[in-house]
Design a protein around this ligand. Sequence first.
Ligand code: KG4
Ligand code: ZN
Length: 344
Amino acid sequence: MRTVEPDESTLVLGIETSCDETAAALVMGGYDVVSTVVASQIEIHADFGGVVPEIASRAHLEALNPVIARAVVEAGVDESRIDAVACTYGPGLIGALLVGVSAGKALALAWDVPFVGVNHLEAHLYAAFLEDPTLEFPLVVRLVSGGHTMLVEMQDHGRYRLLGETIDDAAGEAFDKVARFLDLGYPGGPAIDEAALNGDPDSVRFPRALSDDPDNLDFSFSGLKTAVMNYVRKHPDMASADIAAAFQTAVVDVLVAKTRRAAELVGAKGIVLGGGVAANSLLREELLGACATDGVRGFLPSRSMCTDNAAMIAAAGWHRLALDGPTSLDVGAFPNLKFPLADT
Ligand code: KG4
Ligand code: ZN
């Protein structure tokens, strides 16, 4: 396999198939997005009200080659110009991951370039760097996706300390479950975001879990979800928009308060958002407001960078190639891959 020392002209193909988006992107030098293509499976899974793993794998299988081909064509480069292939190898749905990993390894072998296995959660952090490479460390990253809710101190590239995480449901999971309960549609996050625009956030005050101790940076959303369900059963005539707005406010209040506290404890130079829930309008507005009040730099990646995409995979892959070198082609897919934390 050809050796590659990543520099500003290194072109990395990113591949993402961990859940319900089939995505490919070309990123130059770790920061410059040359092309990015995302084929969403939302319509395929909407009838089922959630992602059906077997259907997701088959859809990835059909979509991946055309999506990669489009990313290469849109970049206007020849395949021979690609220096490395970076691909999500976990966490995610095993069948879905395997489609990307198999394709990524095959392409790396065929093109004789390094293969880099990328941790999907770490990649979400890189969405911010793609849009603002000048971000300075230490950063507090609020990662809120469908499967994970974490507060991470990013001390340097590849060097992270876990400050807090959810003890039960992820924030996105809570959005999806409450939306399903309220019959607002799928995926739940955007549906609640939209419904809440017409609702009164003060119509009900739902619980803010684990908020008594300001230094506790962990989260819990399972009790909130149950509180919403119990309330709706007792008040069947209450407008869904009001419930959505009150629920969203409860989630955002906790997320913002703990992120602020984390930034204060760490002495962070900035706060960034990552993961699908970072597309939430209220969270974006409230976090930017808090940053302005506290005099901390806040950076919100664009909505399309917050949700799953392959540009963030290519960017994280470039940095991992610089830090660790290529990943062995013997590597498999890891549905429960953990976030790569520092030893200290
Ligand atoms: O990061 P992501 O695209 O996939 C995972 O890696 O999990 O996150 C998907 C999650 C879903 O739970 C979805 O409902 C949520 O992000 N989401 C939102 C919004 N857009 C997507 N949640 C709240 N508000 C939004 N606007
Ligand atoms: Zn994700």
